[in-house]
Design a protein around this ligand. Sequence first.
Ligand code: IPM
Ligand code: MG
Length: 357
Amino acid sequence: MEAKITLLPGDGIGPEIVVEAKKVLTAVAAKFNHTFDMPAYIYGGAAIDELGDPLPEETLAACLNSQGVLMGAVGGPKWDDPTAAVRPEQGLLRLRQALGVFANLRPVKVFDALADASPLKPERVKGVDILFVRELIGGIYFGTPQGRSEGAHGREGFNTMRYNEMEIRRVLQVAFDLARKRRGKVTSVDKANVLATSRVWREVAHEVAAENPDVQYEDILVDAMAMYLINRPADFDVVVTGNLFGDILSDEASMITGSLGMLPSAALGAAGSVGLYEPIHGSAPDIAGQGIANPLATILSAAMLLRSSLYLDAEAAAVETAVAQVLAAGHRTSDIARPGDKPVTCAAMGDLVAAAL
Ligand code: IPM
Ligand code: MG
């Protein structure tokens, strides 16, 4: 196969971890006889500095003109001024919207070799295998009007939370289709006791559930869900929710595994659209440039790209197996190191996974 994969290293540790994922993809290409063209484009804070725009036209064009996009991370203290007109995160939201990737898949699974990394008791963590499906291009992150004004009581900021039936239906359908291939259960999370958007969400969710009777369905309020993720995380299979709740709950859920640096994600749109793959962790500016970041979430995101955008199931599984083997052999970057471990560098971890392939 010949495929073009656009790389967006971005900010902070982004460039370091994307280079390692590229190394692994190069090893996959060699082993399975593919040709991957993997050009990198400027993006995020780096692109603001150079061109005044976090998502320059040429970068977006390259993304649209590829089979998949692999991203590192965006943002950092340098661009965090709350009064700044342009922010790196805007580039990410615009990219998601331009690609039309409405369903963000965030698997939360505990690697056997890392079971002891969780801050939760082992018996709670045993068997946890959750797939979050976060709606990604709607809700309060995109609703208009949004902005700021001056009022009688001083400065005011406002956002609009809005969801329509089409947006709810398509992401719910993705959740049901995925659940069918897993343990057959969908949990929809909302705040229907307070929010009008959530009441429409729940209504439509029930209609989609009725159309998919072979899949078990339940609704849970978001505040209760925050609690259940800690006290009974193994009860959930596919969890589908809106943009804001999904952002928050997926970070919370990542801590069940104890290793944020391990979790990949895939953002997918309608058939034929270009998928966007990224680790769920941020740009970690505190450790950027030191060569100690954990590249595994990005490498596992590359595996998701192989599976969901290039339909290379065996290749994706090979990468996942290689990661599991490297961990089982005891290799750890500093974020997942145990007392007494001698942590490996970001580059060494990439080499180990490529070699295990
Ligand atoms: C995420 C991040 C982003 C989001 C930020 C960087 C805009 O937190 O992917 O979860 O809120 O979607
Ligand atoms: Mg987030």
